[in-house]
Each structure stands twice: as structure tokens, then as C-alpha cells.
Design a protein around this ligand. Structure first.
Ligand code: SAH
Length: 237
């Protein structure tokens, strides 16, 4: 976390899409670029992360007779970057994976991912999540390490749209860093113009979007020095 700004305005109000895009356009379209300093310091993180996501989804699906062990029909990787999550996780559990990513050079790499077996890349939407209007129905809408680029209001609106784009029994999953600020505030990071929210803030926004949280847990196995990473599985009722 490079520079932390504490001001009286809500932390999310400092997020600027122009600054976000300037930051990400200057980042190389590589796996190393995606996870930045974190991955350089801890190269094992991506593997632990992807395995944790698979475990979380497996637990979510337990007891769901309709989905059983088979592939889900369609998923979408929100804020996909170069498709690390698509290639390493979502394509293993979905027949088709769409992606939403505003940075063209990342979207280009995501589009070119070659998947094996039954899975394939569907649509790649080159757009910010604040402007994305889902036009398909999804079994799973995965949001990881990208929601800090949206203001609270944009996030609430996005979640409301995603709720309408879920198939019956489908999930929105949020997997994000959590602010551990002692005053219980979000943390604005000037470097990439992002806000890291508290657990309470996330849960309040989910509620405002009319979503029900059916499961939440922490990602385990990450280095202690990093912020905690929390999964939330959300459904429409
Ligand atoms: N989810 C991926 C990528 C994380 S890096 C992974 O876990 O590997 C953060 C990504 O969010 C970058 O690709 C960046 O371009 C994207 N991003 C930035 N602003 C965004 C916005 N407004 N909407 C969607 N994605 C955004």
C-alpha cells in the first residue's frame, strides 16, 4: 500500500476512473503485472488463491442436487485482467466463461486464452464494471480484486444489475481484500486509485442491493503480512 490518504470525505469518493485506467494501462499484460508487488514477493499466491476459490465453490455447491458435479453452464469473470481467474479456475467449473475488463491490452490476452476440454471463452466485454449491462444470464458472476475501483454507489448499482442477471440458484461471488483500519474505515490508495473496504461496508452494500449472503469465509494460506482476503457468496433470495 503506497500512500494512504485520510480525509473527511468518504474514502470511496476519491476513486477516479481516469486515474485507475492510467495506472492499469501502464502495467504489463502479464500474470506478474496483475498481482503486482504481491506476486513478486510471494510467487505462490496465485496457486493458493485459485485452489481456495475452487474449494469455496465446491462447498457452495454441496447439497445442490441440480448442479451436482457437472460443469456450470455460464460464468463471468469481472475485472478479469488477462484472465488469470478464467484460465486457472472458472474455466474448470463452467462450460463458457465471459469476461469484463476495461483495459484493452489485458482483454486481448484474455480473449486468446486457449482452454482445453469442454470449456471455452465466450464474450469479452471491454468496459468498466460501472458501465457494464449484463445481457446474459449467469450461474456464477465472479468479482475478484477489482471492486475497489468502483465507488460505493457504482458497486451497489452493479450488484443490483448482477442480481437480475443470475440464473435461478446462481451466485455472485465477491473475493476482495478487507480493510483492517483500526477506526473501521475503508482505505484509499492513491497509487491505483482504489478503495479497500471493511467487511461491514461490503455487507451493508450487499444488503442495499437486495442480496442475501449465503456464505462468507476468509481465504486461508496467504502470507500473514497481506491484508485478509474474504469470499462472499450472494444470491437474490
Ligand atoms: N481479477 C483479476 C485481475 C485483478 S487486477 C485477477 O484476480 O487476476 C485488477 C483488474 O481490475 C485489472 O485488470 C484492471 O484493469 C481492472 N479494473 C480496473 N478498473 C476496473 C473497472 N472499473 N471495472 C472492471 N475492472 C476494472
Amino acid at each position: 500500500m503506497a500512500s494512504i490518504e485520510s480525509a473527511s470525505k468518504p474514502e470511496d469518493s476519491h476513486v477516479s476512473q481516469a486515474d485507475v485506467l492510467a495506472y492499469w494501462n501502464a502495467v504489463p499484460a502479464t500474470a506478474n503485472g496483475m498481482l503486482g508487488d504481491m506476486l513478486r514477493q510471494y510467487p505462490q499466491i496465485s496457486r493458493i488463491d485459485l485452489r481456495g476459490s475452487l474449494n469455496f465453490l465446491t462447498k457452495l455447491r454441496l447439497g445442490k442436487a441440480s448442479t451436482e458435479r457437472g460443469l456450470l453452464d455460464r460464468g463471468v469473470d469481472c475485472g478479469a485482467g488477462i484472465g488469470r481467474v478464467t484460465a486457472g479456475f472458472l474455466s474448470k467449473v463452467c462450460c463458457v466463461v465471459d469476461a469484463v475488463e476495461p483495459v484493452e491490452k489485458f482483454a486481448k490476452v484474455a480473449r486468446e486464452i486457449i482452454l482445453t476440454g469442454e470449456s471455452r471463452i465466450g464474450e469479452v466485454y471491454v468496459i468498466g464494471l460501472q458501465d457494464w449491462l449484463p445481457d446474459k444470464k449467469y450461474d456464477i458472476i465472479w468479482n475478484q480484486w477489482c471492486l475497489g475501483y468502483l465507488t460505493d454507489e457504482e458497486l451497489k448499482q452493479l450488484l443490483t444489475r448482477c442480481k437480475a442477471a443470475l440464473k435461478g440458484g446462481g451466485w455472485i461471488v465477491v473475493k476482495e481484500n478487507i480493510s483492517m483500519d483500526i477506526e473501521g474505515k475503508g482505505i484509499f490508495d492513491k497509487e491505483d486509485s482504489s478503495v479497500t473496504r471493511t467487511d461491514e461496508k461490503f455487507q451493508a452494500l450487499f444488503l442495499e442491493a437486495g442480496l442475501v449472503m449465503v456464505k462468507t469465509e476468509l481465504q486461508t494460506g496467504f502470507p500473514k503480512k497481506l491484508l485478509p482476503v474474504r469470499f462472499y457468496a450472494l444470491q437474490s433470495h
